[in-house]
Design a protein around this ligand. Structure first.
Ligand code: FES
Ligand code: FES
Length: 189
């Protein structure tokens, strides 16, 4: 059995195809089509999601470490004990997340196909850095391709989102999320 948090919802999966990717799980099993399929081979970043994992820092404090990954290359089985966050989970109480708002205000989207992937990479960047220099922002977005907007507005959105980051629902629920992740028993192999 695989157990993980889908945002805040505990999912217990018993009979999934071991080859099922997170991308197909979201789109075909859960009808969450915000996460896009572009290349299906790890090249374009349209399928980017964020995974939160328990982490203990140098002072022994428990926290959640967020990282972006390509859902087209990730099997659902690897999510055991983790939190899966997709683009549908960012908007909260009718308000866009600050990274989404930054993309709007900086005109970082045209056709929009790449946008959910960029938004999730920006979300992971925002969670992991207060004031990223441009090299760090470039690295965070290096796996995302856009064929119509151009990258300068998206980099401006990265700067805005990281320099001005209000507390979000993930921050305010962090203690609860840590407790729920710890409650998921380790897999016995
Ligand atoms: S669909 Fe292109 S990287 Fe996943
Ligand atoms: S906005 Fe069209 S591919 Fe990026």
């Amino acid at each position: 059995m695989i157990q993980f948090l889908l945002n805040q919802e505990l999912r217990s999966e018993h009979a999934l195809d071991p080859n099922l990717t997170v991308l197909n799980y979201l789109r075909e099993h859960l009808a969450k089509s915000g996460t896009k399929e572009g290349c299906a081979s790890g090249d374009c970043g349209a399928c980017t999601v964020v995974v939160g994992e328990l982490h203990t820092d140098d002072q022994g404090a428990e926290q959640i470490r967020y990282r972006s990954l390509n859902s087209c290359l990730t099997f659902v089985s690897s999510l055991h004990g983790k939190q899966l966050i997709s683009v549908e989970d960012l908007k909260h109480q009718g308000q866009l997340h600050s990274v989404q708002q930054a993309m709007v205000e900086c005109h970082g989207s045209q056709c929009g196909f790449c946008t959910p992937g960029f938004v999730m990479s920006l979300f992971a960047l925002q969670k992991n850095s207060d004031a990223p220099d441009s090299q760090k922002a470039h690295e965070a977005l290096a796996g995302n391709l856009c064929r119509c907007t151009g990258y300068r507005p998206i980099l401006a959105a990265a700067e805005q989102a990281c320099c001005n980051k209000p507390q979000d629902q993930f921050d305010s629920r962090q203690a609860d999320t840590i407790a729920r992740l710890k409650a998921i028993a380790p897999t016995q192999t």
